[in-house]
Design a binder for this molecule. Structure first.
Ligand code: GLU
Length: 487
């Protein structure tokens, strides 16, 4: 048993059955933030007692995704602490030891009903429209001696909780407030299954207690399990943790965010090119605010500002546009060397060899492009014209910028540029303004054709900087190539 010594101990307790949904990721984020904000412990417990749904790949992906998000657990798989093992399937002895206590106190009982019998009971209840369906408590009063004799004779069984037939089970939730459930509506839930494994309810309560969990922060879909958990705590005579059920995340149509309708897992968003910093920041703000109007925040800033009180009880709407915007903001905050690495890799993938490029030039390009990138992989795509001349020009751009009069303007600009001995941003800029003054044109009308000629596209970083980085010879050459296409 772990003593929490008054310190916060929280957990993320996923079942390795599928991908890590962004809703689950947000639960992990809040647990992580809360532990860090309170100087407590964040542990990872793998709830793998449903052996039919267990999936080895899901487990591997889950650990990888949590690490990628930066939510390193203090205790859990690979970081053994005092209250392991952290895989529930390695804790069977503990559950068997604990269930014995409830059998001895009469709070739990053996049930020998077969699957067929349970189905019949269900069918009968549905036919007669009884208000409360569920197990009819057929085995509730079988004596311990009889039960043990039947087990010795080889009969299969489950172990159920003896839920009080009357009264209410009540608890407080930090987000939902005070909640009451009528006991008569609760089933005698199964605690130990026919295969000897505990159910989620039983394992979760035993572990939350033995692992010293002070607060349970989990998705709102678990709120209906909480009265069952409360009853278990009561049966054991243990103090329940503080409950905190997190509101759900909806898609933009108010439905559940699911893979069927698009990206929904952490892996999906990673593959789309989102940074982990973005995803953590965005998910954290879905349902929580730092108490002021900050939006783009670092991990440390969020942890420093985190309190459970500022979790919004209303469900939150996932907005991919906003996520995209936020990714741009985080790219802006990224270390240039990191982005340079990604850009170089992308360029190599596009067949552009940048191994001989001076680092200073690469750094210059990253600086120019990063304010315009929504995704890190955009950088390479956007950077191609710094390394090779365009082989085609944007169609709409051609119609707009290569029309009548453009050749004249581009020729004048070319002459102005050719005369420069110092091909740097301020000098290039001055040349444009001087030329505008001399010809009576607007600078804005002089840039379109030459930008398209040099880059092949109509939008990009500041033109003077772009020209400087492409270099004088190459800029002039590219304008020469495009001149015959202009009107
Ligand atoms: N294993 C449950 C899940 O998959 C955990 C629920 C809880 O946090 O109690 O989400």
């Amino acid at each position: 048993m772990s003593e929490n010594n008054g310190k916060v101990r929280v957990r993320f307790a996923p079942s390795p059955t599928g991908y890590l949904h962004v809703g689950g990721a947000r639960t992990a984020i809040y647990n992580y933030f809360f532990a860090k904000a309170m100087g407590g412990t964040f542990y990872l417990r793998i709830e793998d007692t449903d052996r039919k749904r267990y999936n080895e790949t899901a487990l591997h992906d889950l650990l990888r995704d949590l690490k990628w998000l930066g939510l390193q657990w203090d205790e859990g798989p690979g970081c053994e602490g005092d209250c392991g093992p952290y895989f529930q399937s390695d804790r069977l002895e503990i559950y068997h030891r604990e269930i014995k206590k409830l059998l001895d106190s009469g709070d739990a009982y053996y049930c020998f009903c077969t699957e067929e019998r349970l189905q019949e009971v269900r069918a009968e209840q549905e036919k007669s429209h009884v208000p409360v369906t569920g197990y009819d408590r057929h085995c509730r009063n079988i004596s311990r001696e009889e039960a043990e004799a039947r087990i010795a004779a080889g009969e299969k069984y489950v172990i159920r909780l003896k839920v009080p037939e009357t009264g209410v089970t009540e608890f407080d939730d930090m987000i939902r407030g005070h909640i009451e459930y009528q006991n008569e509506l609760l089933d005698d839930l199964v605690l130990i299954k026919r295969d000897g494994y505990p159910t989620y309810h039983f394992a979760s309560v035993v572990d939350d207690h033995l692992m010293g969990t002070t607060h349970v922060l989990r998705g709102d879909e678990w709120i209906s399990s909480t009265p069952k958990h409360e009853l278990l705590y009561k049966a054991f005579g243990w103090k329940p943790p503080v409950w905190c059920h997190l509101p759900v995340i909806l898609d933009k149509n108010g439905g559940k965010l699911s893979k069927r309708k698009g990206a929904a897992s952490v892996g999906d968003f990673r593959d789309l090119g989102y940074l982990p910093e973005t995803l953590v920041n965005y998910l954290a703000l879905l349902g929580w605010n730092p108490g002021d109007d900050r939006e783009v925040m670092t991990l440390k800033e969020m942890i420093d500002a985190f309190t459970l009180e500022r979790i919004n009880p209303k469900s939150a709407m996932f907005d991919e546009k906003k996520l995209q915007w936020m990714n741009g903001q985080h790219i802006h905050m990224c270390d240039d060397t990191f982005l340079a690495g990604i850009m170089k890799e992308g360029l190599t993938g596009l067949g552009i060899d940048v191994s001989a490029e001076p680092e200073a030039r690469i750094a210059e390009i990253v600086k120019l492009l990063k304010p315009r990138a929504h995704f890190v992989q955009d950088l390479a795509q956007m950077a191609t014209y710094f390394f090779r001349a365009p082989t085609e020009y944007d169609e709409k751009g051609k119609a707009k910028h290569f029309g009548t009069g453009s050749k004249q303007i581009a020729t004048e600009v070319r002459e102005g540029l050719a005369a420069l001995t110092d091909f740097t941003t301020p000098v290039i800029e001055k040349m444009f303004y001087d030329l505008a003054a001399a010809t009576g044109r607007k600078v804005g009308d002089m840039v379109g054709a030459v930008r398209l000629a040099v880059s092949g596209v109509t939008a990009g970083p500041g033109l003077w900087e772009l020209f400087e980085v492409v270099g004088k010879e190459e800029v002039l050459r590219r304008i020469d190539v495009a001149l015959p296409l202009m009107g």
